[in-house]
Design a protein around this ligand. Structure first.
Ligand code: ADP
Ligand code: MG
Length: 405
């Protein structure tokens, strides 16, 4: 059986016109001979009636007292509405469908409500329905604990539903449909001349996603990579092929041949606070104390630099007050700078190439942007800048690495 998974995001389902585009992609792949499994997100964005954020706001307006378990039950409604809406559209066109919730589709998760992890996918009923010749529509973003409680997978979770289902079904392809023309060299909302990439490796996009490119969830890419399922990120509103995500050997299948580039793209994470903890008398056990305290308080840390005079790292702005408080409680005197942004230059080819850091420093200096902190790995160079400099920094780096060409 040739199986294809199609995932449609919130903006791809929110209007009648958008759903007409969805219908077009469904019909085309059915004609190609695929058995289709469609994973849907909740319709629309905050403010629209059944969007996930609207449901969260609803819970907040009602006293904000829902437990995590009950909140997940509420959140599951968004995808159910979206799936049944699509079902009725397809049935109207004479396409037989079957809607399955995450639980019915076989998603087994742990009980970390709100951010559950998939433990197993047992798609027995999906296969059953496919064999009956139906298009199976699965509610993304959700699963069920072994006990039978509904769970949700966290932000961007529908991407993970799609690739996990693709892996479990050994699908030929997982197509992630969204509102942009694939994976671009930078977020097009900020860098207007960002360009779609024809093909990227799992590792490259995983890196970009981990560093803030919200176009696909990193967990989704990791699952696809483990099972070597090709993924395409493409636009619902166009007929372009989008970006193929595959292993580097798979690049040769793409018309463009072998792709050798230093830098793949640029990403950002905004709203972070830089915390500096210094100790006049040396760093004896300081690092241990600081990071143990952060961990015990479930504060996630990033961008860690350790020097003889102390430690510097970042936390999300939303965690900064708590981070400062718990550090003070153990007798330290942290300093903080909120409203920062982490800008990352990502590329498998930057490893060991001289002059990349110099080019970053040069282009930011010419743009009068102060670098607050920097770090690098094999595939990524990060710089921390003030949030008000972020947009300009992204644009300057994008141009400097000629990503618009
Ligand atoms: P969906 O609801 O379809 O899942 P998302 O909002 O999660 O859509 O993801 C698509 C958005 O990701 C785009 O509208 C774009 O603004 C943003 N984005 C951020 N970085 C990138 C990038 N490098 N390439 C493409 N899109 C990006
Ligand atoms: Mg998304």
């Amino acid at each position: 059986m040739r199986i294809m998974v199609q995932k449609f995001g919130g903006t791809s389902l929110s209007t009648v016109q958008a759903r007409e585009h969805v219908l077009r992609h469904v019909k085309r792949e059915l004609e190609t001979g695929f058995n289709l499994v469609i994973v849907v997100s909740a319709m629309g964005r905050r403010g629209e009636p059944y969007a996930t954020d609207t449901l969260l706001d609803w819970a907040a307006q009602n006293g904000n007292a829902l437990s995590a378990r009950e909140k997940d039950l509420l959140l599951c409604c968004g995808e159910i509405i979206s799936a049944t809406t699509l079902s009725s559209l397809l049935e109207h066109e004479g396409i037989p469908t079957s809607v399955l919730t995450g639980a019915q589709a076989g998603f087994v998760t742990d009980d970390n409500f709100g951010n559950a992890r998939i433990l197993d996918v047992r798609p027995v009923r999906v296969l059953e329905q496919l064999q009956l010749g139906r298009v199976v529509i699965v509610t993304g973003f959700q699963g069920q604990t072994e006990k039978g409680d509904f769970t949700t997978l966290g932000r961007g979770g529908s991407d993970t539903s799609a690739t996990a289902l693709g892996a479990a079904l050994r699908a030929e392809m997982v197509d992630i449909y969204t509102d942009v023309n694939g994976i671009l060299t930078a977020d097009p909302r900020i860098v207007e001349d960002a360009r779609p990439l024809t093909v990227v490796s799992y590792a490259e996009i995983c890196n970009m996603a981990h560093h803030g490119a919200k176009v696909i969830h990193p967990r989704a890419v990791e699952i696809a990579m483990q099972s070597q399922i090709p993924v395409r990120v493409r636009s619902t509103f166009a007929d372009t092929e989008g970006t193929l995500v595959t292993h580097p050997e798979g690049f040769q299948d793409v018309q463009t041949g072998i792709i050798d580039r230093y830098v793949t793209g640029i990403a950002y994470v905004s709203n972070v606070t830089q915390i500096t903890v210094g100790v006049p008398g040396g760093t004896d056990r300081l690092q241990l104390k600081v990071f143990k305290t952060m961990a015990e308080n479930s504060i996630s840390v990033d961008f860690i630099n350790v020097t003889p005079s102390g430690v510097v790292y970042t936390v999300f702005d939303s965690d900064s007050e708590k981070a400062i408080r718990v550090l003070q409680e153990i007798g330290l005197k942290p300093q903080s700078l909120s409203g920062c942004a982490k800008v990352s230059v990502i590329g498998g080819g930057i490893n060991g190439v001289p002059g990349i850091m110099a080019r970053i420093v040069e282009s930011l200096t010419l743009a009068d942007i102060q670098i607050l902190q920097s770090a690098d790995s094999n595939t990524t160079i990060w710089v921390l800048v003030k949030k008000e400099d972020m947009v300009q920094a992204l644009r300057a780096l994008h141009t400097s690495f000629e990503l618009h060409l």
